[in-house]
Design a protein around this ligand. Sequence first.
Ligand code: KG4
Ligand code: ZN
Length: 341
Amino acid sequence: MSEPIVLGIESTCDETAAAVVHGRTLISSVVASSMEEHARYGGVIPEIASRAHAEAFVPVVSKALADANVDFTDIDAVAVSSGPGLSGCLAVGVSGAKALAWAANKPIYGINHVIGHIAVTQLQFGSFPKDTLALIVSGGHTSLLHIGDVARHIDVVGTTLDDAAGECFDKVARLLGFPYPGGPHIDKHARQGDPHSIKVPQGLTKGKAGKEHPYDFSFSGVKTAVARWVESCQAVGRDIPVDDVCASLADSVAGVLVDKAMHGCEEYGSKTLVVGGGFTANSQLRDKLLESGKQHGVEVRIPDFKLCTDNGAMVAMLGVNLVEAGIRPSAPDFPIDSAMP
Ligand code: KG4
Ligand code: ZN
């Protein structure tokens, strides 16, 4: 079979996105975001995001197909994120994708969005070497995964027990008065601050004794510790050293992520770590990962930012993997699963 051409559709949160991938080549990619509409509420409002998806779906998919200059008849399959994500948002993308696939009599694959964040790295770095580990860090997910076969078998090495890293940054950012999403503001201020000026606990360095896996993550305690510290300053009318707070937070969170990823690589014999999710834009995390990768002899694959944030290419790329592996398409009535594991 020649290399598959797949249309990928993404609508898990506040991005409506579509892309066409041919084999390992990205042919077109269109992303519309409702982020600005959520900014004044301090977080994504599901109803607003769902309505925005309904409006953007047809224009975004049409543009992705037009930019790719392919006829719909040439598409081998449609892939769509069917979870995890916001139910109303997923329902819009999945319904639209089902309608397209049904009308054109094409196979459809409901895919796991988080696995898409891993799959997309193939567009820039090629296929996965044996025993690759993946670190996915975004507003909604913090996961360390072992890739057996991206189409068939992925093991969870560690996952977030409460707040994801991006969520933790966004919540502290709100406290410091930054608009949503606050992660990039923390990053900017952290670059000017002293990371050792404030004692921020390291989020769950060992795992919960006897119960959870040592590679699980927990950042809610980190968030609370920073919040208490800021409140204690406010209580005595002391100016908050914003740069130092941001630097100490970023150092703690990035440190835990990198330590666990590198220990995981050691334990699993991985010489390659692929990285994805919007939080990978974070400069402290990028620097630490690349430096630590060098020390440990691990090739760290961080794709361009536009591939790290939510997009259609990640969905289409995983769709290509599923077609290539001969995986049976999803049934016409496949459900959305907002809490997909
Ligand atoms: O993957 P993504 O675009 O959306 C999902 O959550 O799925 O990730 C967005 C998250 C937000 O929490 C945002 O604050 C965070 O990534 N983020 C950053 C930076 N850029 C985006 N966090 C820290 N530093 C950054 N430079
Ligand atoms: Zn995502």
